[in-house]
Design a protein around this ligand. Structure first.
Ligand code: MSP
Length: 510
């Protein structure tokens, strides 16, 4: 029976255009979703936009347009970008959708019904960072600015708000972390959250006075005023409302198997969101992954820090697949990494054009030249290099170490290229007595190419889909567990243009 696998990414603020940081998260999650489809799982993959709150309202005001018009435009731009990058999300959630608003209201009311004491009113004062949409503590402020958004002014805020009694869930969260060592990964993120729990949680303000670009908080204040729901209390439930909650068959998909988010918002996902769910008596997501940042010259990409490198241009230089491959190889999925054109050019030439591209073109051309395009049939023999690479790839993918999984696939590609160089099938072809040997060699080469296409498909889906067609025609891609015994005998192959053409030297320097 196929397992269900519900994976989500953070929903991006609709205050500006997508950048490399957003893209990194989406293509990483896409590689995971595609891998699970290759396992035969039933996958639901949700992404979307975070459209309420001060940050979005301010951006709309700066652009002199109504907030709804702004979020409509930006949502369309993000969706176009993810399609361009071949991201295979089958869900697109927007927090201004009526269904989402109803779901948030239902969730808050459910918490209130079950734990009436969890919400209370209190006057609060503190520094609010609109960039993070969070109140900041002392250690997070340097020179009067938020460390993550140094170009923004902090706002001193004094108002009476609704609070959520997060402190009540401290012991529950500690026990959950203890009982589920894999709940939050990688290890560094888990340690940060354990330290935070150790130092003690604080209750959090969950409404904002005079915030009209928000979901109205369903409980009226003692003064009679309806406040706007704090944007995180509105955004986190998107993962739940997308399953249909509170209507219909939402339990068919909830809880999610995995939330993929950046390291800056791990606390929201691994502490606050689980506490909200526990307060509502709902199951917790199985896993949260806190990836690192894509940096440019050591600084993180972000709109507010003014770091720019046009995403469309960055994708167009070598194409969407190469862009995906580069980011997911260069920036380890469990740490930070730098974006640099030099490294991009090096990896493109060495790994995509030479290793992957050459293996594919040599194999298909040799089969065409010496066997009329038909892969010679041989008795299928297990190939330990394939078995080992697939096993390693699966181990790394299951541990969500994407950079190591692509390395396992590339290890097989290197092995296959060395095999071709060592066996020199072009020399065999000159000796009629070695026809059987040539058959076996060409068969092994086609198998390497077919396995490579499947293992690299989650990372470079368009090119590997194209390669798969050239090798396998209309046959569907096999599941990962079918690779070790894949029999390519008799497959008709079709050589084509280079998958990764050499770049135009005029465009190769930044
Ligand atoms: N709207 C919130 C998330 C709500 S989820 C219920 C938010 N939006 S964001 O647009 O600021 O960031 C969206 C995601 O992109 C986050 O996971 C964030 O960590 C990630 N990234 C933003 N800049 C990044 C890099 N430079 N590198 C990698 N990912 C980073 O936070």
């Amino acid at each position: 029976m196929s397992r269900r696998f519900y994976v989500t990414t953070a929903i991006d603020y609709a205050n500006g255009d997508p950048h490399q940081g957003h893209a990194y998260e989406k293509i990483g999650a896409d590689a995971i979703a595609r891998y699970h489809r290759l396992l035969g799982d039933q996958v639901r993959f949700c992404m979307g936009m975070d459209e309420h709150g001060q940050k979005v309202a301010q951006a709309a005001a700066a652009n002199d347009i109504a907030p709804q018009e702004q979020v409509d435009r930006i949502s369309a731009r993000f969706e176009r970008m993810w399609a361009k990058l071949c991201v295979s999300n089958d869900r697109w959630v927007r927090t201004t959708q009526p269904h989402h608003k109803r779901g948030v209201k239902a969730l808050i009311e459910r918490i209130h019904q079950r734990n009436p004491d969890d919400f209370y009113e209190k006057t609060y004062e503190g520094w609010y960072c609109v960039g993070c949409e969070l109140f900041k503590r002392e250690g997070e402020i340097v020179d009067g600015r938020c460390v993550l958004h140094p170009t923004r002014e902090l706002q001193w805020t004094e108002e009476r708000n609704w609070f959520f009694r997060l402190t009540k869930y401290q012991a529950f969260l500690q026990a959950h972390f203890d009982a589920h060592p894999d709940f939050l990964r990688p290890e560094a993120r888990r340690n940060e959250m354990l330290a935070l729990l150790e130092s003690g949680l604080e209750d959090i303000s969950i409404t904002r006075a005079r915030l009209s670009w928000a979901i109205p908080f369903p409980l009226p204040s003692a003064s009679g005023e309806t406040q706007g729901t704090w944007v995180w209390f509105d955004a986190l439930p998107n993962y739940l409302t997308d399953t249909g909650y509170p209507d219909g068959d939402w339990e068919a998909w909830w809880p999610a198997q995995l939330h993929v988010v950046g390291k800056d918002i791990v606390r929201l996902h691994a502490i606050i969101w689980p506490a909200m769910l526990q307060a509502a008596g709902l199951p917790l997501p199985e896993r949260v992954w806190g990836h690192g940042f894509v940096l440019l010259g050591g600084e993180r990409f972000s709109k507010s820090s003014g770091m720019g490198l046009d995403l469309d241009e960055a994708i167009d230089r070598y194409g969407p697949d190469a862009f995906r491959y580069f980011l997911l190889r260069e920036v380890p999925w469990d740490a930070d990494g730098n974006f640099s054109w030099e490294r991009f050019a090096e990896r493109y030439t060495a790994e995509l054009a030479n290793s992957v591209g050459n293996l594919a073109s040599r194999t298909l051309q040799l089969v065409a030249k010496f066997r009329g395009g038909e892969t010679p049939p041989v008795d299928a023999r297990p190939d330990t290099a394939v078995e080992q690479a697939v096993a390693e790839y699966r181990r790394e993918m299951d541990a969500l170490l994407l950079h190591r999984a692509s390395e396992a696939a590339m290890g097989l590609v290197r092995h296959a290229n060395a095999f071709v160089a060592d066996t020199a099938p072009w020399a065999m072809a000159k000796e009629p007595g070695r026809a059987g040997e040539l058959d076996a060699t060409l068969n092994a080469m086609v198998r390497y190419v077919a396995v490579m296409a499947v293992l690299l498909f989650p990372f470079i889906p368009a090119k590997m889909e194209e390669l798969w067609r050239r090798v396998a025609g209309e046959r569907p891609m096999p599941r990962i567990d079918e690779l070790a015994t894949l029999d390519v005998s008799g497959w008709r192959v079709t050589p084509g243009d280079p998958l990764f053409p050499r770049p135009d030297p005029a465009k190769a320097t930044a």
